[in-house]
Design a protein around this ligand. Structure first.
Ligand code: FPP
Length: 239
């Protein structure tokens, strides 16, 4: 079907973003790294709203990885503070924004207060339909191990047969159970790596790497990434 010049093709259903470059953004300005994360959190707010206006159904963001604990205590507490503040606001505006929240990762390492906020946000937003997945203390390898352990526990409990294991069954034990795989994964900041993000789910994702630092990422940059995605010819292993 021909598109009018002004018409945009439908966006992917699921977009995932590695929010990278906050530290470099801050360094360029002579600011502490935490200021870069604060600017990154603002960028997230803006892009999440824009995704919603485009009709994107799922947005998954890498907010804190299993490897990020290697950072200084000050930086870690700065990121956790930003997450708490964001969740406080999200919980207060829940009915207005109608966003469904999910958290991918091992939340047991987070403070009890933050864990409670995450669980509260998930249960209070379960009926809404635009979904934001926050990857928090998340690692793709850790997620696969967690899924295998979950399956094995069900086998031990007699709820599953070992021979039942398939890609589809294992998918149901991932943090992302029930969420379609992302069609598009964006990594800003010039780095071209997956960094343990959505290893299972990215099997057929299109990757778009961009030179802009995450705090400078604009809705126009998202448009460019979506345009690039539409230029690609997705064959899923077929000819
Ligand atoms: C990567 O940039 C970013 C992170 C490890 C943290 C991302 C966290 C946020 C954007 C704030 C979270 C809060 C909300 C509400 C979304 P980097 O620090 O590795 O940057 P660098 O590579 O330039 O050092």
């Amino acid at each position: 079907m021909a598109l009018l010049k002004s018409e945009k093709p439908a966006p992917p259903r699921h977009i995932a973003i590695i929010m990278d470059g906050n530290g470099r953004w801050a360094k360029k300005r002579g600011l502490p790294r935490t200021a870069g994360h604060a600017a990154g959190a603002e960028s997230f707010r803006k892009i999440a709203n824009y995704c919603r206006s485009l009709g994107v159904e799922y947005l998954t963001v890498y907010a804190f990885s299993t490897e990020n604990w290697k950072r200084s205590a000050e930086e870690i507490s700065g990121i956790m503070r930003l997450l708490r503040r964001y969740l406080e606001e999200a919980l207060a505006d829940m009915e207005k924004n109608r966003v469904r929240f999910k958290f991918f990762g091992d939340l047991s390492k987070l403070s009890p207060e933050l864990q409670a906020m995450c669980r509260n946000a998930e249960s209070r937003s379960a009926e809404y339909d635009v979904q934001v997945n926050f990857c928090l203390n998340y690692g793709g390898r850790d997620e696969i191990v967690h899924a295998v352990k979950g399956f094995m526990a069900d086998v031990a409990a007699g709820k599953r047969e070992a021979g039942e294991l398939s890609e589809q069954v294992l998918s149901g034990y991932l943090y992302s159970a029930g969420v379609p795989d992302p069609e598009l994964i964006i990594r800003p900041s010039g780095e071209q790596r997956i960094s343990n993000f959505l290893l299972w789910q990215s099997a057929y994702s299109e990757f778009v790497f961009m030179d802009v630092l995450w705090p400078d990422f604009t809705p126009e940059d998202l448009d460019k990434a979506i345009e690039e995605y539409h230029r690609r010819n997705r064959r899923f292993g077929g000819a």
